[in-house]
Design a protein around this ligand. Structure first.
Ligand code: HEM
Length: 308
């Protein structure tokens, strides 16, 4: 593994099953020991039917454990965001995040369970989301999600902290659970849905100029900077929505997009929030793979190999 190598699972495409696990440290546990336990987890090294594992930490926790590898000024989702028209985005920060992805939920389930068992005594599962792709690349609004994502070549530049900077090879993650009111959404005429998203439903063509208050206008990357989104639908018929997964080389673009969506940037609030609302919100630092591995090497060194 080279220096500043990102955790490769961030970029693993084509995975049909996702689990997002957020955990809190057990009271009184040594933070270094807890991070070392996470760092020591190893996914099974099979090339078929394997599962990608991405691990991250509350920014302040990572800065405490690895001050040399902490990106400057990155902080947790400490306070809710409240916009002038009543949009509310809660702050539900946890200490550890694990993202497991694989070909099917059976292996993801087994590995999720093994991860929680491996962390018993240092961290406790606080929140989980299980995601599944909806008609290849749609979100539960029925629109194509990810059109304006950087290409896989450009994604590293957008999502990974560059070499020579603190935290190099790492990434800042914004993770939010957004619940949809799918019935109200589907009642809207398609033209109305399109003016809310700012794109055509059939093929994701951009409406030019972007309608004020559209989602695309509120998150315009020409204005805020480029991020890598790995959103995934989640849930059941009665409760479902979008796991918003945004990676960036810095925290600023993610924060300013959220403030803009809430109507705190001098432009109208995002109309998508009439039909969806955030129920969680956390920021995590996803350390470079090699730096994370060094935390386990310098402490107990003994990895809990995740087997099923
Ligand atoms: C319910 C939650 C959300 C849904 C269903 C959703 C869906 C979409 C859709 C359908 C598009 C248009 C196609 C595309 O370019 O991907 C889009 C664009 C985008 N979204 Fe979201 N999104 C959600 C939340 C968020 C949040 C919380 C952020 C930022 C913090 C965000 C950032 C972006 C960005 C940067 C773009 C591209 C804008 C551009 O054209 O430059 N989205 N989203």
């Amino acid at each position: 593994m080279g220096v500043d190598t990102p955790q490769v699972g961030i970029f693993a495409l084509g995975t049909a099953s996702h689990a997002w696990l957020e955990l809190d440290l057990v009271a009184g546990v040594d933070p270094v020991a807890a991070v070392a336990r996470v760092a020591a987890m190893r996914e099974p090294r099979t090339t078929i039917g394997g599962v990608n594992l991405v691990a991250g930490f509350r920014p302040e926790l990572w800065a405490h454990v690895a001050p040399d590898a902490a990106p400057a000024g990155v902080h947790g989702f400490e306070a809710p965001i409240d916009g002038p028209t009543g949009i509310h985005m809660p702050a539900t920060q946890h200490d550890v995040v694990l993202w497991l992805t694989g070909a099917a939920y059976d292996v993801v389930f087994d590995l999720s369970r093994a991860a929680v068992v491996a962390l018993a005594g240092v961290a406790r599962l606080a929140h989980e989301m299980v995601g599944w792709p909806y008609h290849r690349d749609l979100d539960l609004t029925g629109f194509i999600d990810g059109t304006e994502n950087p290409t896989i070549i450009e994604a590293t530049d957008a999502a990974v902290i560059p070499s020579g900077t603190p935290g190099a090879g790492g990434s800042v993650l914004l993770l939010q659970q957004w619940e949809h009111d799918a019935i109200a959404w589907e009642r809207l005429p398609i033209a109305e849905q399109e003016s809310i998203i700012g794109r055509r439903k059939a093929d994701s063509t951009e409406i030019d100029p972007s309608p004020p208050g559209s989602h695309v206008a509120s998150t315009d990357q020409d204005r805020f900077g480029t991020i890598l989104r790995r959103n995934i639908p989640y849930g059941t018929l009665s409760q479902h929505g979008t796991v918003f997964v945004g990676f960036c080389r810095e925290q600023g673009p993610l924060e300013t997009m959220l403030r803009s969506m809430a109507g705190l940037s001098g432009t109208p609030a995002d109309r998508l929030t009439d039909m969806t609302h955030a129920v969680t919100g956390s920021y995590y630092v996803i350390p470079a793979a090699d730096r994370l591995a060094r935390v386990s090497a310098t402490t107990d060194g003994e990895g809990a190999r995740l087997t099923t």
